[in-house]
Design a binder for this molecule. Structure first.
Ligand code: FMN
Length: 304
């Protein structure tokens, strides 16, 4: 019987399997990210890192809703300088690291990306779900700004760059194409979906920020549709993200066009064993259906 291979190549990265953690769920310490890798992830993704330390929003920052969570963390992080120390520890263990990053200005995006790249991350993930560097709305809803930031970052780093898209747009393919034109090596789809949770006792919004981002199973059909549309619009590979909890979800994302996957909220609901569970289920699915490699599934549902 032919050997089943979970290993993938995406944007020049060779990973032992396609399943990573999604940015932000587990913080930034090397110890936690190392555990994610030991529990079976193909690569680890950091929380989004900015130039300077940032407090984020006051509590409450997370509300539990049916089928998921709504969070408004406000991008809390200790800044790039702190993370470089953690990165050194991770790299000593030979773990593939994707560094998620953001900036408050175009120059900040470039500076953070350059420092992470020089420090030896394996790839970068540009978080578009942050205030627009040109001061209007959210960066991820402005195709011109997405192209400019992507171009500026690609101009100064020699690592694969994934642009992580927001689903809070009317046409995600427009933003995906803008990132591709800017030189992105791949796209991560998607970040959280704008949402609100109310307390009927307090008769107020639960989150201090009023609105937040929906994640978990409730997000999955929307995120899967985003991956489907992006796959038909661009040539670069997609990392699917949004509500992936079981191996069945993983297979759906691959069939819709994702080449790799990220798991966020399910780490909280299932624990770190979710990486092994998904990889084991994926392996069985490949074997039982006569496939040998993960890449054979990518985009298969688009074939007429
Ligand atoms: C508590 C929390 C913190 C997050 N922080 C980040 C972050 O720092 N950067 C980012 O790009 N996405 C962040 N996200 C979004 C996730 O990476 C992911 O895109 C989203 O949760 C959808 O995946 P899921 O349904 O598997 O959780 C965060 C999500 C949650 C729930």
């Amino acid at each position: 019987m032919a050997e089943i291979r979970l290993a993938i190549e995406i944007a020049g990265l060779n990973l032992r399997n396609p399943v990573m953690n999604a940015a932000g769920i587990l913080g930034l310490t090397a110890d936690l990210l190392r555990r994610v890798y030991e529990e079976g992830a193909g690569a680890v993704v950091t929380k989004s890192i900015g130039l300077k330390p940032r407090m984020g929003h006051p509590n409450p920052t997370v509300a539990i809703v049916e089928g998921g969570l709504i969070n408004a963390m406000g991008l809390p992080n200790p800044g790039v300088e702190y993370f470089l120390g953690e990165l050194e520890k991770l790299k000593a263990g030979g773990i593939p690291v994707v560094a998620s990053f953001f900036g408050e200005t175009l120059d900040e995006f470039v500076e953070v990306a350059s420092r992470l790249s020089e420090a030896g991350v394996d790839a970068l993930e540009l978080n578009c779900s942050c205030p627009n560097v040109e001061g209007v709305g959210i960066l991820g809803s402005d195709p011109g700004a997405v192209k400019r930031v992507t171009e500026a970052v690609k101009g100064c780093v020699d690592k694969p760059l994934f642009v992580k898209l927001s689903p809070n747009v009317s046409d995600i393919t427009e933003i995906a194409r803008a990132a591709e034109r800017g030189g992105a090596d791949g796209l991560t789809a998607v970040n959280t979906l704008r949402a609100i949770a109310l307390s009927i006792e307090a008769r107020r919004p639960i989150l201090s920020n009023v609105t937040g981002g929906l994640s978990g199973p409730a997000l999955k059909p929307v995120a899967l549709r985003c991956v489907w549309e992006i796959y038909e619009a661009v040539e670069i590979p997609i990392i699917g993200c949004g509500g992936i909890t079981t191996w069945r979800d993983a297979v759906e994302y691959l069939l819709a066009g994702a080449s790799a996957l990220q798991v966020g909220t399910a780490i909280m609901t299932r624990g770190l064993r979710v990486f092994r569970e998904i990889n084991m289920g994926l392996r069985n699915y490949l074997e039982e259906n006569g496939f040998r490699e993960v890449s054979e599934l990518v985009g298969l549902a688009h074939e007429s």
